[in-house]
Design a binder for this molecule. Sequence first.
Ligand SMILES: C[S@@+](CC[C@H](N)C(=O)[O-])C[C@H]1O[C@@H](n2cnc3c(N)ncnc32)[C@H](O)[C@@H]1O
Ligand SMILES: [Zn+2]
Ligand SMILES: [Zn+2]
Ligand SMILES: [Zn+2]
Ligand SMILES: [Zn+2]
Length: 435
Amino acid sequence: MVAPSSISTAELAEKINKHLGLKFEDKNSAWSVLDSPISGRGVFAARDIAPGEIILRDTALLAGPKASDASILNICVVCCALLQESDHEKIMCPKGCAMPVCNTCADSETHATECELLRHWKPKDGKNINFHCVRLISIVRCFFLGDLQRQLLYALQANSDKYYRAELQKAMAGFEQFPKDRKMLEYFYRTICIFNTNSFEGDCKVNGAEVRVRALFPLASLINHQCTPNADHYFENAQTIIITATRPIKQGEEIVTSYTKLLWSTLTRKMFLFMTKHFMCSCQRCLDPTENGTYLSALFCRAQGCKGIVIPVQTKTLQPDWRCTTCESVFPHSKMARYQDFALNTINNRINKGSVAEMITFINDMCPRFCPSSNYVLVEAKLNVIWRMSRPTTEEFNEDHLKCKERYKEEIVALLEKLGAGDCTLKKLITEEIL
Ligand SMILES: C[S@@+](CC[C@H](N)C(=O)[O-])C[C@H]1O[C@@H](n2cnc3c(N)ncnc32)[C@H](O)[C@@H]1O
Ligand SMILES: [Zn+2]
Ligand SMILES: [Zn+2]
Ligand SMILES: [Zn+2]
Ligand SMILES: [Zn+2]
């Protein structure tokens, strides 16, 4: 981990206030920035906060389209609007910076400076989108920040990772004359580390179309993770994030969000956090092998004749032993991991293939033969059915299908309830169908 610049927590809080003061007036601030018992700095409730209340609104230091792979590239790098043209050549900046831009942004002042810099580095291919280069645009924007915003950016935590270095090298390969100076490369690398450690990802509507964006916020970046969080986030627009309370929060309590999906099993969450955020979570939920009685990790017992379920017994390792809750047989992690992978692959291979009706039959009739109904992979499959049935489709559903959808919804809401997830975005999506 690269240590944040030597700025005290109080100084940082003051600078954040200034940054937000420029944009939002907040007379009844619900948050304060303090040192955290979880890790480093954190955000705390400055007063009691009710569920559903907006805790804070933060404005981005750096932002851009998600651009994690070639499939989601037709987004203007400036305003994040969806570009309707599928022909790459037609959506590329006419000036030759090799970025997709809309007609309005192509001539905008906002784009002019970054366009000039990118052209100075000489893109190798001005006609096709290179997603490594598009991903770099959010980083390049660190050159155009004001003093305050730059100080805030470099006060954030930066986790190092060889993949972040590879990210820079792949983007560099897209230009003939990318700066090779060591100091400059370290500057880019550090910014990429900060971006990956702290950025938020989310969907937001731009000109009526939903797009996926990634952005870095100085205050929201200080929010630590817990697997049963008391807050959630959404993007108001590509530059603004809102953090809301999902449960009542008492004055002085730390405000925490989840960096993972809520319904993942403990090992899946732990592995994801370790690989992408470089820490091992040891929150209450991670310490409870039953996960508040949800048994999201459960697999069937492999002992002959036993119909029980097995769950991981140690909570602090990524390779725990598993124990049957009925016959108490113990199985090594390697064996259960193979079994979990089998369930995951078998179910994921079906998702989005074939009709929803076929998926329902598979979930109800086939899956119970090899996977307990509480297992998170099966829960994810049910969520997938709910999403597919809630969006516009040409498929027709009979009464049984609709009943199944309602049952899946009730099951998932009950799971969220057991986890203590409160009024989280997922619950709102399921119950209010704001899709
Ligand atoms: C977005 S930052 C959160 C703010 C950070 N505490 C700071 O001082 O800047 C994410 C980093 O905080 C730390 N962190 C967040 N939640 C944690 C947790 N539950 N347990 C341990 N470390 C955590 C990890 O180092 C992680 O990479
Ligand atoms: Zn645009
Ligand atoms: Zn341009
Ligand atoms: Zn946890
Ligand atoms: Zn057993």
